[in-house]
Write a protein that binds this ligand. Structure first.
Ligand SMILES: Cc1cc2nc3c(=O)[nH]c(=O)nc-3n(C[C@H](O)[C@H](O)[C@H](O)COP(=O)(O)OP(=O)(O)OC[C@H]3O[C@@H](n4cnc5c(N)ncnc54)[C@H](O)[C@@H]3O)c2cc1C
Length: 495
């Protein structure tokens, strides 16, 4: 099935919904695609429709904001494809998605990519032990399934999600044993002036810290996980003091804590499979999450007709995501001739000013989550780095020492990054390891994007056909015609 549209928007988070609504309001025929069953993206992830969200009687701002976006979406003319995974995108643009073992093809002159982020978890010995959970992933359990990821976990890593998750666990009746923050208290204090750009979010963060303090939970700043103990389940976690770059400080004492689970995450990285596949220009900005597409002030990429909005254009949070989505929707409408320059300017100017303000807060949060290369100093040769293909740190170092000079060479030599996740989990770690050898992330590069962007079944992609269909196909006719005359076995088999 092929659906022809004016505009395709990939990702129904705050950025994608805002982009789609804006463009649809200006008359574009829009399809919004997302793999999730309900719109909202990561921050506004909702419980299944038939559930009553349990907010413990207290107001839930994310739920309210998400419901308001979903409400506007349901009142629009947008075609919203839920449960559709985009597995391939081609220039021009052609988007292919699968759902329930069926494939759909969409075409449009304009494409807005709002695919959000992936969480970054840097490996350490024992990180693949059952009971180690991603920090951002645990927000999914809490929000969409209303499940406590663990009652008494150790929470470790960097950025605001550390405190958001600890707070959500306390609210749901659990009590984290300890929080190990890679950042120092000073990092947070110097961030305060920028955080005043979003007072409501700042107050929310301060309430989380107060609640954690009241629950008497130990917060260890400048600490990272040294090792997780346990074979088929987590038994205890060893934390180590680190410096500002994340490098272990061996002269200071490590702390061992008994717990059956560790919730860990080291920030977020933009999901760029689609913009890479379409060969848009990318630049490396550590404080925005790492590699990001090069964008102008109107969310346009280097590829004509291709726009990016939200966190996949650089980490900046939900408020900025929604505003950048509105700008991308406006620009796509203008480029399609649906609005005049005057209307565009009148609508763009106030939105841009709000986006710039929201970005001050978001960018600071992005900086608190940026990668610290010293965090990889605790790896042992046996530590698994690519968990899809079971490739260890030792194997990657062997490749690097033998001359592999960028991420793709390491991938080709070791299979690291070649599994079903296509390097979404190990790509950052491999890039940092290569960077130590070659000097900078530009030289280390990034994994070339390949289809399928997400795992999908052959069943969904291949049409149902019989041998007769194959024999009667154009390809078979050409093959038969060019086969050498003596290849009678093949020609006879056709008869
Ligand atoms: C797991 C996770 C949990 C998070 N939880 C929080 C939180 O609790 N609080 C907070 O402030 N921030 C959270 N964040 C950060 C948050 O994502 C952003 O600040 C904000 O949601 C960005 O909005 P966005 O519209 O840019 O992207 P998102 O909200 O991430 O939306 C992107 C959407 O694109 C879809 N998508 C991506 N690729 C494909 C594909 N190939 N096919 C189909 N659909 C696709 C995804 O399903 C997703 O719905 C979380 C991030 C992650 C990764």
């Amino acid at each position: 099935m092929t659906l022809e549209q004016d505009l395709i928007v990939i990702g129904a988070g705050p950025a994608g919904i805002s982009a789609a609504i804006t463009a649809s309001q200006h008359g574009l025929k829009v399809t919004l695609i997302d793999e999730a069953p309900i719109a909202g993206g990561q921050i506004y992830r909702a419980t299944p429709q038939e559930w009553t969200p349990n907010t413990n009687g207290s107001p839930d701002q994310d739920l309210d904001d998400g419901n308001s976006l979903r409400d506007s979406l349901s009142k629009s003319n947008i075609t919203h494809l839920t449960n559709h995974v985009v597995w391939a995108v081609a220039p021009g643009f052609e988007v292919r998605a699968v759902s329930d073992s069926k494939e759909i093809k969409l075409t449009a002159k304009k494409l807005i990519v709002c695919s959000g982020v992936t969480e970054r978890i840097l490996p350490f010995p024992g990180w693949t032990t059952p009971g180690v959970i991603g920090l951002a992933a645990s927000t999914n359990l809490l929000k969409s399934q209303q499940i406590l990821p663990s009652r008494e976990p150790v929470i470790a890593g960097s950025g605001p999600l550390l405190y958001a998750v600890a707070n959500a666990i306390i609210e749901a009746g659990g009590k984290p044993v300890a929080i190990a923050d890679v950042g120092s208290l000073f990092d947070w204090v110097v961030s305060l002036p920028k955080l005043f750009a979003a007072p409501a979010l700042l107050i929310r963060g301060l309430i989380w810290r107060a609640r954690i303090f009241k629950a008497r939970i130990t917060v260890l700043h400048r600490h990272h996980v040294a090792r997780v103990y346990g074979d088929d389940k987590v038994e205890s976690i060893e934390l180590m003091p680190i410096d500002a770059n994340g490098t272990p400080l061996p002269k200071k004492k490590n702390i061992k804590i008994k717990s059956t689970s560790l919730i860990v995450g080291h920030g977020l990285i933009p999901s760029l499979e689609i913009t890479r596949l379409l060969k848009a220009k990318h630049v490396f900005r550590a404080e925005r999450g790492g590699w990001i597409p090069e964008l102008d002030a109107f969310q346009r990429t280097s590829v004509s007709g291709l726009y990016v909005a939200g966190d996949c254009g650089g980490i900046s949070g939900a408020k900025t995501a929604a505003l950048s989505g509105t700008i991308a929707g406006l620009q796509a409408s203008f480029d399609s001739g649906m609005i005049t320059e005057k209307i565009f300017q009148d609508l763009y100017a106030p939105t841009e000013s709000k986006r710039n303000k929201a970005e001050r807060f978001g960018k600071r949060m992005g900086k608190l989550m940026s990668i610290r290369s010293g965090l990889l100093e605790g790896l042992t040769p046996e530590t698994i780095v690519c968990r899809c293909e079971d490739i260890t740190y030792g194997q990657i170092m062997d490749a690097v020492n033998a001359g592999a000079a960028d991420c793709n060479e390491v991938k080709a030599w070791t299979r690291g990054g070649m599994g079903p996740c296509q390097g979404r989990t190990c790509g950052e770690t491999i890039a940092e390891i290569v960077t130590r050898q070659v000097g900078d992330r530009d030289k280390a590069g990034f994994f070339t994007a390949r289809v399928p962007l997400r795992p999908c079944t052959i069943d969904a992609l291949a049409p149902v056909c019989s041998y007769d269909d194959i024999w009667n196909s154009d390809v078979a006719k050409v093959a038969t015609a060019i086969l050498p005359a003596e290849n009678t076995e093949y020609k006879n088999s056709k008869k």
